[in-house]
Design a protein around this ligand. Structure first.
Ligand SMILES: Cc1ncc(COP(=O)(O)O)c(C=O)c1O
Length: 391
């Protein structure tokens, strides 16, 4: 889904936005370039100032919305500290992320456990660590939490459209209308409190209608919950706020205009929060990688990088218009891009790089501060990207 379908843009606007994205990429590459000196493994260069700017811009755009950074996007301790200083709260999915919150000295009652399916051990760990709020999207989860943390505040995750998101999350999570009935029944039988509603529009979501529909559905569910004797007090709008890869994506301010408008009909006593992950960290980080070698197989030209699907570039296999820039200039060619491991799933589609690309060329990928290092492992002994912070 392109921005043109949700916001009316003239051709001049489009050119202007594309130029802004190009300028932003140039800036990210400029602050990353010094890290090619004494290079020994892929580097994710993260800017502290950009982290702060992203958090501030998000909070300024939606003053009523309390931001809970989704730790999964980048769990680095210094990054968490920066967001804590900026006044954001947090959202977690696992024991390790809960422990990171304890380490950070976060107010644990404001840490939200939004993974809809949690092991009994992790629920017990969360309860012991002081977490109050737990997401549910099945009656089974209500029962698991009831047995371990009977005074938990539950928030019910509903299914919403993920159309127009680069990384859809619908299907795996989110209660259908029938599922909602079953959850309400289970909560009543087990005397558990359903205090809120949540949804996730899918990651890198460029379709503002998904948030509008989610808020509308939550409003209806508040009425239903009240009719069953529950007292709704929370609207959690999840994550999905997109980065600018092409300039065709809606900006956070454009998304905010619609969301803020919808929130006007949400009663004041309902606290409103969101769980931005990618938006907070993505544009703060640029990945520096190096070409291991090139190969010609029949008519196909392959370029092998020193990191790939196992090394933080999983999203390149999907519908992400990631910007890939070589230090080498020259006529572009179309390359099949692969990571260094011996696994055949370690292939990341076709991308443009200079036709004369050679081993040891440096390759820059701006906007990779999210889901890069947290999704990387050292399969085959290839080192995952190391993170370096700059001011
Ligand atoms: C429950 C939940 N909240 C928030 C996020 C963050 O999403 P994003 O990084 O797209 O903002 C995710 C991502 O998967 C998620 O599963």
């Amino acid at each position: 889904m392109s921005l043109a379908t949700v916001v009316k843009l003239t051709n001049d606007d489009k050119t202007q936005r594309r130029l802004m994205v190009e300028e932003d990429s140039r800036q990210q590459i400029a602050f990353s370039a010094p890290h090619t000196e004494d290079y020994s493994q892929p580097v994710l260069v993260m800017s502290r100032q950009r982290l702060r700017d992203n958090a501030r811009r998000f909070m300024a755009a939606m003053p009523r919305v309390r931001a809970h950074f989704a730790v999964k996007a980048n769990a680095d301790a210094e990054i968490l500290q920066i967001f804590k200083e900026e006044g954001t709260c947090f959202e977690v999915a696992s024991i390790a992320e809960i422990d990171a919150m304890v380490e950070l000295g976060a107010n644990m009652e404001t840490v939200f456990y939004s993974n809809p399916i949690k092991s009994p051990v992790s629920i017990a760990h969360a309860a012991k660590s002081g977490l109050l709020w737990y997401c549910v999207d099945t009656p089974e989860e209500v029962a698991k939490i009831a047995a371990i943390k009977p005074d938990a505040k539950l928030y019910l995750r509903i299914e919403v459209s993920n159309e127009g998101s680069s990384w859809p999350l619908a299907g795996k999570f989110g209660a259908t209308p029938n599922g909602v009935e079953a959850i309400i029944e289970a909560a009543k039988v087990l005397d558990m409190k359903i205090c809120g509603v949540t949804f996730h529009v899918g990651s890198q979501c460029c379709n503002i209608d998904n948030w509008v529909a989610g808020i509308g559905a939550a409003k209806k569910l508040f009425a239903k919950l009240s009719s069953h004797g529950f007292v709704p007090e929370l609207l959690n709008m999840g994550g999905g706020y997109p980065l600018q890869f092409t300039g065709e994506e809606p900006t956070i301010e454009e998304i905010a205009v619609r969301i803020n408008q919808e929130l006007e009909s949400i009663p004041e006593n309902i606290q409103v929060m969101a769980e931005p992950g990618r938006y907070f960290v993505g544009s703060a980080g640029c990945l520096v990688s190096q070409v291991v070698g090139t190969a010609t197989r029949d008519d196909v030209r392959w370029v092998y990088l020193d990191t790939g699907v196992y090394g933080g570039l999983m999203e390149l296999t999907l519908d992400f218009p990631v910007i890939i820039v070589s230090e080498r200039t020259g006529e572009p060619g179309l390359w099949t891009m692969a990571g260094p491991t011996c696994d055949s799933i370690d292939v990341m589609g076709r991308h443009k790089l200079p036709a004369n690309t050679e081993a040891e060329d440096f390759i820059y990928m701006p906007n990779l501060g999210a889901y890069c290092t947290t999704c990387a492992c050292d399969f085959n002994g290839f080192p995952p990207p190391v993170m370096r912070m700059i001011d």
